[in-house]
Design a protein around this ligand. Sequence first.
Ligand code: GLC
Length: 708
Amino acid sequence: MDAEQDNLENLIKQMTLEEKIGQMVQADVHWSQDIKQLIKQGRIGSMLSLQDTKLINGLQKIAVEESRLGIPLIFGNDVIHGYKTILPIPLAQACSWNMDLIFEADSVAAGEALASGTQWNFAPMVDVCRDPRWGRIAEGGGEDPYLNARIAEQRVKAYQRTHPGNRRMAACVKHFAGYGAPIAGKDYNSVDMSKRQLYETYFPPFKQAIQAGAASLMTAFHDLNGIPATANKFLLCQVLRQEWEFDGVVISDYDAIGELIQHRVAKDHREASLLAARAGVEVDMTGNAYHFHLSSLVTKGLVDESWINKAVYRILALKQYLNIFEKPYVEEKDEKEIFLTPKNLDTTRKMAEESIVLLKNDGCLPIETPGKNIAVIGPLADDPGAILGCWKCAGDPHKTETVLHAIKKKYSESKIRYCPGCTIDGSSIDREGISRALDGADVCLLFTGESAEMSGEAHNRAYLGLPGVQNSLVELVAEYRIPTVLVVMSGRPLVLTGLVSRVDAVVLALHGGSKAGEALANIIDGTVNPSGKLPVSLPRAEGQIPLYYAYNSTGRPIETKGVIQFNKEHKTKYLDLDHTPLYEFGYGLSYTTFTYSNYQCNKTEIKPGEEIRFSISVTNTGRRAGKETVQVYLQDCVASIARPVKQLYRFHQLFLQPDETTEILFTIDSEELGFFNEEGKVVLEPGEFSIFIGPSSNAPLCGSFILE
Ligand code: GLC
């Protein structure tokens, strides 16, 4: 045991049972009027949601200088997409597919949070989600486990890097597990799926985050296959501790231990404490369970003190990792030094630009000609709050430039007429105002979408069209037959069916943060060539949900004639809707065009333990430089368990000048070709694999190989 471990063991030996349990309690300032007294008694180990550095240092001073053992507090916050400089929401960032930029963006978030005293970040949220009714789809990386896992890795590394001043942050990967698949898309609702599905789709980003060194993990609110995640031994003991050998701290979500009573698996807080402790939950976030009941469970022999000691060891080791025994206080600095610096604003602007997805362009974008008469219409054009998104932390709408302001700056010689036309969720349309704005206009920029409060936690929607009367607003504007760009600024994929055909261009700009306005203006005038690609399938209708590209063929695939019964084609489809997404996973246009050619593969057969190498050439065949995200999908053609028609295995980003061609080489190891069986074990089976390479999940078949 090294000296540091020795110190912690010695410290634990000095602690009373109450002081040990104190480390397992996280409070917020509303939790008790006696918060200062409880800190002095060593009954609180960490605090939640404080942003005032004076208050943070004041409470820390009590813990360090007035409590018996002087153990410092950790201060936690949800820095999901920025602290004061707000970044695009995570789902928007996922549209960039740019791992380096995500790392840079999260480094900005962590730097501002650390400078404000937050050292425990309840992020990354890595819940795969294939259901845009669920409001928290905004917080994650979309529908695909591979893309989510790549992003999770970057976020953990960015948060837990050594920051200026040798400050350290602890990541907290959440919400374990399967939280993104609630029945009917309602937050907190039950999740029911096979273990195989959990291992194949919902576990990979968590496992990747843990392999990247995540210091902590948060349990989820929902019941998984009938057992609440916060009392689920399969999740927290078998998978997390035994199979993945996670040795970090496990914290509940907000009073999720107490909610075991509402789940009706515990009759009171005492029983809830017992269930959570036996599953291995080590910190009770703002609940009344551990603080009031864990001690008596230990003295009655129902919970071993040896487990308490192990939990407290992990919590103290976290504090040691964060360096707060040596440096418990946060330096109170001038806000201008740490927040909204030019560098931080530049990062969030770049992130927003690369998060924008061009869905349709009949040629009216980019608007490069100066002096055009521009009508700016829509309720999102001048709404600084909406663009900050669902977890705006310390973000300030008053310090956020709106899209309208950015457009006016960008097109200073143009005559710009603005009319909101309607409110985000109102029921009336300002026909007069719209008519005046459109009078003499050469082009209309129509900014529609959701408020920040329409997505995020508990904010689920059953209808996914534009809220309020915005659909009618689009249709009204379309009647004027002026070239119209529809910009959708939301926290989730929306149903845009019926609108796309009415306008000349469609841009999806999921809530883009502090510099969303400038980013959109740079895309609209062509300063920046859009490169975003969808991390989620866009549905034609809510009835398609859950909707994802990695579906199984089924016995009656849509692509075949199916079975002719009663003179009808019986196959996996709808009578009343095209079964495909409106826009597919991985899709996104550019102001230039790219072609793929010259696919090559080094082998047509590989043995287990060998790797397959293949390459493709990509050419920029348009008139402007641009970024392309080349995507590689595989299909396991025949296996003992039905395999998806396609699965994302690799992606690579290229920036090409006009007429430039680049060859990209990919390597896939045979070990990656396995899949999970019903017990959650990886099996590798011989057989044929098809390779699809292209600009989206509709990538064409390029070739195949045999795994012997
Ligand atoms: C919330 C969220 C969780 C967050 C926690 C603390 O209810 O579910 O993601 O980290 O409480 O704010």
